[in-house]
Ligand binder design. Structure first.
Ligand SMILES: [Mn+2]
Length: 377
């Protein structure tokens, strides 16, 4: 694996490449052209300029997160072929510049959903959190204003103010889209882009839906093992792969993360590794759950918060997650995911420097221990 950090670009990120360069073991960044819109072609010149900027700091671009997919593609509306054409052009330009991994998602309207961006934990750090109660009590168009005060002046991916001002229109676009239709539109998109991915050896890595269930009645498909297997089979090409995000699949504590990783051997092109702490969880029918680690979760409407990466701080066994990645021979980029806000840092929630650097070091430590225990027997 290659340890990386997500970086939004010098115009948008509070963290600098020079800082990232000093995190032990981090040589690559996962980045994007944050000011491009879905449906827009990324020019070769802009990609090269980004590459040069990263290289000048002694780092390399290990992949893109994200090239966003337009609503026309997700809903299968009239403009989709035009937008797919632009997407293919972007992939070609990335391929020409030697970039081989592209993360994207296929979530309708909202990307990830959290109801709090700065829940205060017992140690005074703040984290992103989700309660089903808050989602149930709010209209989707109020979602943005309810959390925007805690964004520390940053623009959060998927929550751009100009997009959020049109939430009602966006919901109208998706009113006839159910899970089946969304699967169909994803298949159509993937079939069209696979030839350019084959030509340039570009690994497409779909990010799971977060949380792993329907919010506000919108369909969500990249949520569990059965659905990912369906997706892998419907376009059976190794370039059609996934971003294994432990924090997103893990929002359902019954998703057995190491088992899912093992079932995706050869199809995981990127990994986001982070931990969650559940304060309560229940199935939609109200029954109690035991997490994949064997812990009984207190029964109640879903309520979880993002913990630090350490196993002991949340409900995940981080060793087992890294071990599963090691066992399948995973050699792609991995990044610590959302971190807590600590030590007075002001940054995009989840994307400060300090706690992600601690996360990277912890994951590197786990990996070194796993590797040595396997090779020094
Ligand atoms: Mn993720």
């Amino acid at each position: 694996m290659e340890m990386t950090l997500r970086w939004y670009g010098s115009k948008f990120d509070t963290v600098t490449l020079e800082q990232i360069r000093q995190i032990p073991g981090v040589k690559g960044v996962i980045t994007t052209l944050y000011d491009t819109k879905p449906g827009e072609v990324w020019s070769r010149e802009r990609i090269r300029a980004l590459k040069d900027e990263v290289a000048a700091a002694g780092l390399r671009i290990a992949g893109i997160e994200s090239v966003n997919v337009s609503d026309a593609i997700k809903t299968g509306s009239a403009d989709r072929d035009k937008d797919i054409g632009a997407y293919i052009e972007t992939l070609k330009n990335l391929g020409e510049e030697g970039i081989r991994m592209v993360c994207y998602n296929f979530m309708p309207v909202f990307d990830w959903t959290r109801t709090e961006l700065a829940r205060v934990r017992e140690d005074g750090s703040t984290v992103l959190a989700y309660t089903q109660e808050a989602v149930d009590a709010i209209k989707p168009e109020e979602m943005f204003s309810s959390i925007s005060g805690d964004m520390n002046g940053t623009v959060m991916p998927g929550w751009e103010p100009e997009r959020m001002s049109k939430v009602k229109e966006l919901f109208a676009l998706y009113k006839d889209i159910d899970e089946e239709k969304l699967f169909e539109n994803l298949k159509y998109f993937l079939e069209k882009i696979m030839p350019v991915c084959d030509e340039y050896d570009i690994n497409m890595a779909i990010h799971p839906d977060d949380p792993a269930w329907s919010v506000f009645g919108l369909p969500r498909i990249i949520t569990n093992q059965a659905n990912i297997s369906r997706m892998m089979k419907m376009v059976d090409n190794p370039h059609n792969g996934v971003t294994f995000c432990s924090g997103s699949y893990g929002t359902n504590p019954e998703n057995n993360l190491p088992e899912m990783i093992r079932s995706l051997k050869g199809r995981i092109h990127f990994a986001h590794v982070r931990n969650l702490r559940f304060n309560a969880f229940e199935r939609p029918d109200g029954s109690a759950v035991t997490s994949w680690t064997g812990e009984k979760i207190r029964k109640g409407k879903p309520d979880f918060e993002e913990a630090c990466h350490l196993s002991a701080d949340g409900n995940f066994d981080m060793y087992e997650i890294m071990k599963a990645l090691y066992d399948i021979g995973f050699d792609g980029p991995v990044r610590p995911d959302h971190g807590r806000m600590i030590w007075g840092e002001k940054a995009m929630p989840g994307y400060g420097l300090y706690d992600r650097a601690l996360g990277a070091s912890y994951l590197n430590g786990l990996w070194e221990a796993i590797e040595k225990s396997q090779t020094r027997k």
